[in-house]
Design a binder for this molecule. Structure first.
Ligand code: NDP
Ligand SMILES: C=C(/C=C/[C@@H](C)[C@H]1CC[C@H]2C3=CC=C4C[C@@H](O)CC[C@]4(C)[C@H]3CC[C@]12C)C(C)C
Length: 578
């Protein structure tokens, strides 16, 4: 059987590779011929060949996704599997680390010596398309780009419970390394391509954030190259001001070259119970009771399928040590399995509540395969059994390649006919916010998971304010993440839908209830509104102390509405009567 399976797999792979290669060669040649024959006329004043491509890639997005993005993602994935295996096995990275840090310092010192302070700010050289932000980071064009090629795990210390790692290590590499050792990051974030640097300098959260808080609470030490090229090791004890100012600072206080993060022991499986809720009240009261319990579950989240219906997922680490448990093992990420959010939804059918044992690494990356539920619009037939069995093994398209093949027209559609947003707001807002999201977006599912926001004391209030309504006996207040990803129903129904007005209403509501918008997403806030949402006191102090003005852009300069896409250009493009 295995031999038969293999002998079928290789011809299938070769055929697919051949078709992709042929298309990649044939399509541009065909396009060039059409342009040469004068069959393509420029409508926007671009050169006709580029214009033809832009239009083709916009029109045939699904084909580009399957023929280009998927094979590229697969090849990229395989390359990094081999590269990371080599570095891990031969322990190459720790020996190279110091030289890599010196390279960052040398570039920063060269920038200082060239007299660029105040003239041209610095940012990382990571290309915008590679990142997990929805933005295009146009600010980078005006910056000196500093290469921070630091992509390895330096040390895993299970006795002391921490991992020392470089910033470009992603979540896939992290679980690949830690899980076989019986450990995970205290906050092990879901999406495989998110990097440690992005999560520490931005934000990181997961379905056990009701226990540990945001990923920043699990940082033990940060190693930073300052605007003068000095290397600093920053801990809670040695430099609390800078330590609490660095999370969410987006590389505007210095370059991160290494970080120590807390790790926790795990078991091989996560026992997940799926609890259907048929009213909002049921959802809110259960989430409150579970998240604020004396002994809360290890993992907790809810997927909301309509205004009233949702499924709560309660997870606990487990061993599978009996035949009865073995029968309930479900490797949800195997390529032939249905997308996870659709599997969860089954709890709302006649099947009712159910439970299963998910191998821990499958649990960690349970939404990567369907990019939460974004893939249903990118590859509408992606969950069809035929597709899953024939092409599912190629994995999910990587967000990076989706971004790389995005034409300006698609970028505008992503902004004006589509929503990707997460907000973190106080727990008591759950029902109200679901109703508001229904009114503004009408997109389901919605994602919900509780997050403890900790009090660091008045001297160390970071970018997030200290909470005001702490849980009795605890040093934190319960907030929750509410995520919305997809195409609003009004857009699907081809009715007018004002993206900017809706997102701005969401931002105002978030500010009014003392919450925060996740900054990987597009924001429409002006600087005054942004400074109202986030506490800049400690951040401003550190910007001054470490001479960052004129050396790094401010956070707002990095996340502000992008010129040409989100900036006001009159209202013509904002009202999308489709
Ligand atoms: N569940 C979760 O927690 C999720 C989180 N996210 C978000 O995605 C982002 C991570 O995406 P990812 O692609 O990994 O990160 P990015 O490359 O987008 O980086 C995010 C920010 O961190 C800065 N940064 C990254 N590395 C360094 C470094 N070595 N030194 C200094 N600054 C650095 C970047 O600076 P620069 O602009 O100079 O490159 C950028 O401003 C996070 O910020 C997070 O908010 C998204 C989805 C889920
Ligand atoms: C914050 C969480 C999860 C977020 C993800 C669902 C989104 C993070 C980045 C998003 C995307 C980036 C770029 C895109 C290109 C566009 O052409 C299509 C959309 C998208 C793929 C988009 C999709 C959603 C994200 C992956 C949770 C963990 C709280």
């Amino acid at each position: 059987m295995r031999r038969n399976g293999r002998s079928l797999l290789y011809p299938a792979l070769l055929t697919l590779g051949g078709v992709c290669l042929a298309s990649i060669v044939a399509l541009p040649l065909g396009a060039k011929a059409r342009v040469a024959k004068g069959k393509v006329k420029s409508k926007r004043g671009m050169d006709p060949f580029t214009e033809f491509w832009m239009e083709w890639m916009t029109e045939y997005r699904g084909v580009v996704m399957v023929m280009v993005v998927l094979p590229l993602s697969f090849a990229f994935e395989q390359y990094f599997e081999v590269r990371d295996w080599f570095y891990r096995t031969f322990q190459v990275a720790p020996r190279l680390h110091d030289a890599r840090v010196r390279h960052v310092q040398k570039q920063v010192r060269r920038w200082n010596a060239a007299g660029l302070r105040g003239k041209r700010t610095m940012c990382t050289a990571r290309a915008s398309w590679l990142t997990m932000s929805t933005r295009t980071a146009t600010f980078k064009e005006d910056c000196s780009k500093i290469e921070c090629c630091l992509r390895d795990i330096l040390r895993v210390d299970v006795e002391k419970g921490f991992v020392r790692t470089e910033p470009l290590v992603d979540m896939r590499y992290m679980t690949r390394t830690l899980v076989p050792l019986g450990y995970q990051l205290a906050i092990q974030v879901e999406m495989e391509s998110l990097t440690i640097g992005g999560l520490c300098m931005g934000l990181g959260m997961e379905t056990n954030s009701h226990r540990f808080g945001l990923l920043q609470e699990t940082i033990l030490a940060l190693e930073i190259v300052t605007s003068h090229g000095e290397l600093l090791r920053v801990t809670r004890e040695s430099n609390p001001d800078l330590f609490y100012a660095l999370p969410w600072s987006h590389g505007t206080l210095g370059f991160l070259v290494a970080v120590e993060l807390k790790i926790i022991p795990i078991k091989p499986y996560v026992h997940v119970r799926y609890l259907p809720c048929h009213t909002q009240e049921e959802l809110c009261s259960q989430m409150k009771a579970l998240s604020e319990a004396k002994n809360p579950p290890e993992f907790l989240e809810a997927t909301v399928y309509s205004k009233e219906t949702s499924v709560i997922q309660v997870g606990e680490f487990a061993d599978v040590d009996s035949p009865e448990k073995r029968r309930k093992v479900n490797g949800v990420n195997h390529f032939w399995k249905p997308w996870y959010y659709l599997h969860v939804e089954e709890a709302l059918t006649n099947k009712g509540p159910f439970d299963e044992y998910i191998p821990v690494r499958h649990y960690h990356h349970r939404f990567t395969r369907s990019i939460f539920w974004e893939l249903r619009d990118l590859i509408p037939f992606g969950n069809h059994p035929l597709y899953r069995y024939l092409l599912g093994w190629l994995g999910a398209p990587k967000v990076s390649f989706i971004k790389l093949t995005m034409t300006p027209q698609i970028r505008r559609e992503v902004v004006y006919k589509h929503v990707v947003q997460d907000i973190i707001i106080p727990a008591e807002e759950m029902a109200h916010s679901i109703n508001l999201f229904h009114e503004w977006f009408e997109i389901y599912p919605l994602l919900i998971f509780p997050i403890a926001i900790f009090d660091h004391g008045p001297a160390h209030e970071g970018f997030l304010r200290n909470p005001t309504k702490k849980i009795p006996g605890k040093n934190c207040q319960m907030f929750f993440d509410l995520g919305v990803y997809g195409v609003p129903d009004k857009v699907r129904r081809k009715e007018a839908w004002d993206a900017k007005a809706r997102i701005r209403a969401m931002e105002k509501y978030t500010r009014d209830v003392g919450g925060y918008q996740c900054l990987y997403a597009d924001t429409f806030m002006d600087e005054k509104e942004f400074r109202l949402m986030f506490n800049h006191a400690l951040y401003d102090k550190m910007r001054e102390k470490y001479d960052c003005e004129g050396a790094f852009p401010s956070i707002y300069q990095k996340i502000r509405p992008e010129a040409g896409v989100l900036e006001d250009e009159g209202d013509a493009n904002e009202k999308t009567a489709v």
